[in-house]
Design a protein around this ligand. Structure first.
Ligand code: SF4
Length: 292
């Protein structure tokens, strides 16, 4: 099996067998995301996918976890997805779960019943970038969905029995929009009540000037470490979730944390406060170590 590069998967899928069902992202317009900018979106012909699945079922017959790539497999037709899921289930008898990325736009287009059919075939976790709960930010970054549509899409998946792993991108509101970004994002996450929640921090590298001009109409300034920690605190202090695994371990973040919410909320807030109280805290990553 050969992959069409670049190939991305969430860190938690490091041990999963990956099949590329679609290539690229059907939306591909989010301003901060360069993942699939060099790829034109397409659904791979079933015969090609079938060949990969059969080949790997001979090579790795004991596979328990499968991740479907690229950016948004749910953009494909329901019948096609069901055919792929059926084949994976048939060829990997020890299979425990299948996961994939999902975009808010394609989740909106599937019905609860369609999502239930996927769940029956062991599609279990969807990774979805909420990015922000703030309408201004969502528009500026061209997410393609507003906060209500993101909430509806995620809740529909949860109603169908799927587990949602959601992502908030710290820093997207810049300095000026930081408070609203944090507070509105917490509101949206609370409304979804996902099973997994991760924060990443916006990193723009050499594109910082272009993005500063494009984002927020030229009024955008990237957060520094302390501003980012304050934003994280504003966000976490408002979270009211029933049972969620929370993490900020991604290499883009200044402060790696993890825990179960609501149980670990106080501990997490205390750690953020400790990091905020000491600019050179060992709890935080130095700027040079971010993204490594
Ligand atoms: S939907 Fe996801 S993969 Fe597609 S452009 Fe936006 S962030 Fe990137």
């Amino acid at each position: 099996m050969e992959y069409d590069m670049p190939l991305y998967r969430p860190p938690s899928e490091a041990r999963s067998l990956i099949f590329q069902i679609t290539l690229g992202c059907s939306w591909n317009k989010c301003l901060f995301c360069a993942m699939y900018k060099g790829k034109r979106f397409r659904v791979r012909p079933f015969e090609e996918v079938e060949k990969d699945i059969i080949e790997m079922s001979w090579l790795q017959p004991h596979t328990r976890k499968v991740f479907l790539a690229d950016g948004d497999v749910l953009a494909a037709d329901t019948d096609y997805i069901i055919k792929v899921l059926d084949l994976i289930n048939e060829r990997f008898p020890r299979l425990e779960r299948i996961s994939s990325y999902a975009g808010p736009t394609n989740l909106m287009e599937k019905t609860v019943d369609e999502l239930r059919e996927f769940k029956k075939r062991k599609l279990d976790i969807l990774y979805l970038g909420i990015e922000s709960g703030n309408e201004t930010v969502l528009k500026k970054i061209c997410k393609g969905a507003n906060s209500s549509q993101i909430i509806d899409g995620c809740k529909k998946a949860i109603d169908a029995g799927l587990r949602m792993s959601t992502i908030i991108l710290l820093g997207l509101g810049g300095i000026k929009g930081s408070y609203d970004h944090a507070k509105d994002s917490a509101k949206v996450v609370n409304a979804i009540d996902p099973q997994f929640l991760a924060c990443l921090t916006l990193m723009l590298g050499p594109y910082v000037e272009i993005y500063e001009k494009k984002l927020m109409g030229g009024d955008f300034k990237l957060l520094d470490k302390m501003q980012s920690l304050i934003e994280l605190r504003w966000f976490v202090e408002d979270l009211e979730l029933s049972s969620c695994r929370f993490g900020t371990e991604h290499a883009s973040n200044y402060l790696p944390l993890n825990g179960d919410l609501p149980g670990d909320k106080d501990r997490i807030l205390k750690l953020i406060d400790r990091a905020l109280g000491d600019d050179h805290s060992r709890l935080t990553r130095p700027e040079w170590a971010r993204g490594l």
